[in-house]
Design a protein around this ligand. Structure first.
Ligand code: VGL
Ligand code: ZN
Length: 196
């Protein structure tokens, strides 16, 4: 069975938001149209506590969009975004949410970021998404949303590693950096991802 996963269609990633993805609003209608073709639709929300490790404001003197090493990995420093309970963290009202059965939140631990919908960036904590999808009989996961080169990419990568057949809807994703998305997309295609 197929499922559609809608990644992070939140105000902060849309034009006017704190971490706006260029053209992010252009995917909404496409997703609204397509989601009714799927027997199961679920979504994610980036959902950070105030003072989150990924916020540049949590690292006095550090530069926006710079990278620091953290817990043996790299952490990009973002503007404050998707603070739990804030308007910026809400799914956009323009998204038709009637068919969304479950919403998985990520990035809730103060000390570790989480781009993927499946695991945090240290692969320590499981969001439960994989078990949920397997429990629903899903073997093919189709992904759309924002941002293509961060949360969508890591979600696609983990979905492949979790053994799902994986597709991305090209017209229903937008990247922070389009060129880097194209390179990442090609790597995923070599791993067996399909581009719809
Ligand atoms: C995202 C950067 C920081 C995303 C989330 O949803 O792609 N990007 N947090
Ligand atoms: Zn985030």
């Amino acid at each position: 069975m197929e499922a559609l996963l809608i990644v992070d269609l939140q105000y902060d990633f849309l034009p006017g938001g704190r971490l706006a993805v260029p053209g992010g609003d252009e995917v909404i209608e496409e997703i609204n149209r397509r989601q009714h073709d799927f027997p199961l639709v679920c979504a994610t929300q980036d959902w950070h506590p105030p003072g989150h490790i990924s916020f540049v404001s949590s690292h006095p003197g550090a530069e926006l969009f710079s990278t620091i090493s953290h817990r043996g990995g790299e952490q990009t420093l973002w503007p404050e975004h998707c603070v739990a309970g804030s308007r910026g963290a809400q799914l956009t009202e323009a998204l038709d949410s009637v068919a969304i059965e479950a919403i998985f939140r990520k990035g809730m631990d103060l000390d570790i970021d989480s781009y993927s919908a499946f695991f945090d960036n240290g692969h320590r904590k499981d969001t439960g998404l994989s078990a949920y999808l397997h429990g629903r009989g899903v073997d093919h996961l189709v992904v759309c949303g924002l941002a293509a080169d961060y949360c969508v990419y890591y979600t696609l990568l983990d979905a492949l590693n979790e053994g799902f057949n994986v597709s991305v809807i090209e017209e229903a994703v937008r990247a922070i950096d389009e060129e880097s998305w194209l390179a990442l997309r090609n790597q995923l295609v070599l791993r067996g991802m399909r581009v719809l």
